[in-house]
Design a protein around this ligand. Structure first.
Ligand code: UGA
Length: 434
């Protein structure tokens, strides 16, 4: 099939590369000309494992290209996918300006009926609005607007796309459903379930899934607090609870609170759209508040671990991105942590394997170290904020030789506590007895 994907951000690029890998001919269109020029020159603007190789491979095969102009959409184009951003507005609702602008452009450029696939995460009802807008713009032309949400996790987006738990297709008519089935045929043939449903339902699946996953995390984080108070280990509790098939072990990893561009944004957007319809999502509201409080509270943890307080102390933060295998700093728990310890009078030095460039845009008065050992040098406390795999092999003895004070706060329960205890550290973890 031949398709256009509008928006070369995270979702558009990953979808474009993967659909080309599946054998389709994809043109990724973005109105940011400098981004398009960089992509044409083989420079990938985000860090995502396997993405760069996959883009290079499919460009060489002639199946993937980049353009800053949406061409006229004739019979040879089987579908146009919208993958532009839907950033939060001050009231928490999603800003749909880019979606509507792109829909208008597609309507203007169409010289043949078109399938329009909404890949961006949007509030329920957006597909209806887009359908109505396109019909109004070109009443004589047929457009079929389909909801096809993505469930990609940053850091494992390529694997998530190529081997998804399910593919959700929200479309009213059979032709649209069949087109989407054909698009994903190679995945369906290898066992992925394609679930067809109404458009509003598909839009809700995406938001409800993210809200539920956020709820699991907020729940286990509360249990972690209780575990600390009663002297129990949250890892063991999560394991025992998660073995119940109705619950499942995934997303029960206690930590500093969820971050990233999706859970915080999608939970508030879900709450906002529910309010528009006069529905109060009490659980979702509580999850949002609980997670915000948790992120803000991480500074107090570090302060408690350092008798005498934070004023005049040096805190080394290992890991800055909201999770490993990404360079994304958006809503990262490390930001709230660093802000809190700086306010309490501490100096901060940081290291992240991939996030340093983006972190420089977010952090001020921070020393950026070239590696984990240099980051720990002269510190009163080492805080592990993101569990990058390479941190697992850090040498506790060597870290200990550089620090001023041997205190480790592991916000991800990731480092081997025994190795650090053996090296003379006081070890503070999440939801574990000291
Ligand atoms: C999330 C969803 O997992 C994807 O399915 C969805 O497609 C995506 O949002 C989206 O809406 O586009 P992502 O934000 O990339 O993906 O990352 P996750 O792996 O879900 O992690 C989110 C946050 O939760 C991270 O800060 C992570 O550290 C935290 N987390 C995750 C925990 O604290 N504990 C866990 O057990 C799992």
């Amino acid at each position: 099939m031949r398709l256009m994907i509008i928006g070369s951000g995270y979702v558009g690029l990953v979808s474009g590369a993967c659909l080309a890998e599946l054998g389709h001919h994809v043109m990724c269109v973005d109105n940011d000309t400098s981004k398009v020029e960089r992509l044409q020159a083989g420079q990938i603007p985000i860090y995502e494992p396997q993405l760069s190789e996959m883009i290079t491979r499919n460009v060489a095969r002639g199946r993937l290209g980049f353009s800053s102009q949406l061409p006229r959409l004739g019979k040879e184009i089987h579908a146009v996918m919208i993958a532009v951003g839907t950033p939060p507005q001050t009231n928490g609702s999603a800003n749909l300006d880019a979606i509507f602008a792109v829909a208008k452009e597609i309507a203007a450029k169409a010289i043949h009926p078109q399938m329009v696939i909404i890949k961006s995460t949007v509030p329920v009802g957006t597909g209806d609005s887009v359908q109505a807008l396109m019909h109004k713009a070109r009443p004589e032309m047929h457009f079929s607007v389909i909801s096809n949400p993505e469930f990609l996790r940053e850091g494992s987006a390529i694997d998530d796309f190529m081997a998804p738990d399910r593919i959700v297709v929200g479309a009213g008519d059979e032709t649209a459903r069949n087109t989407l089935r054909a698009l994903y045929a190679p995945l369906e043939q290898t066992g992925t379930q394609v679930v067809c449903m109404g458009r509003r339902e598909a839009e809700l699946v995406k938001c409800a899934a993210n809200a539920f996953l956020a709820t699991k995390i907020a729940f286990i984080n509360e249990m972690a607090d209780l575990c600390e108070a009663v002297g129990a280990d949250v890892e063991q509790v999560a394991h025992g609870v998660g073995l119940d098939e109705r619950i499942g072990e995934a997303f029960l990893q206690a930590g500093p609170g969820y971050g990233g561009s999706c859970f915080p944004k999608d939970t508030t957007a879900l709450q906002a759209i529910a309010q528009e319809y006069g529905i109060n999502l009490r659980l979702v509201e509580t999850v949002i508040a609980s997670n915000d409080a948790r992120k803000r509270g991480m500074g107090r943890r570090v302060s408690r671990a350092l008798p005498g307080g934070l004023s005049g102390r040096v805190v080394a933060v290992l890991g800055l991105t909201f999770k490993p295998n990404t360079d994304d700093m958006r809503d990262s728990p490390s930001l709230a942590l660093i802000d809190a310890v700086q306010r309490a009078g501490a100096k901060v030095q940081v290291f992240d394997p991939q996030g340093m460039n983006r972190a420089r845009l977010h952090l001020h008065d921070v020393h950026f170290a070239d590696n984990a050992y240099l980051c720990a040098e002269g510190a009163d406390c080492i805080v592990l904020a993101t569990h990058w795999p390479e941190f697992a092999t850090l040498d506790a003895e060597r870290l200990g030789r550089g620090v001023r004070n041997k205190v480790l706060v592991d916000l991800r329960n990731f480092l081997d506590p025994q190795a650090f205890l053996n090296a003379g550290f006081a070890v503070h973890a999440i939801g574990r007895p000291p």
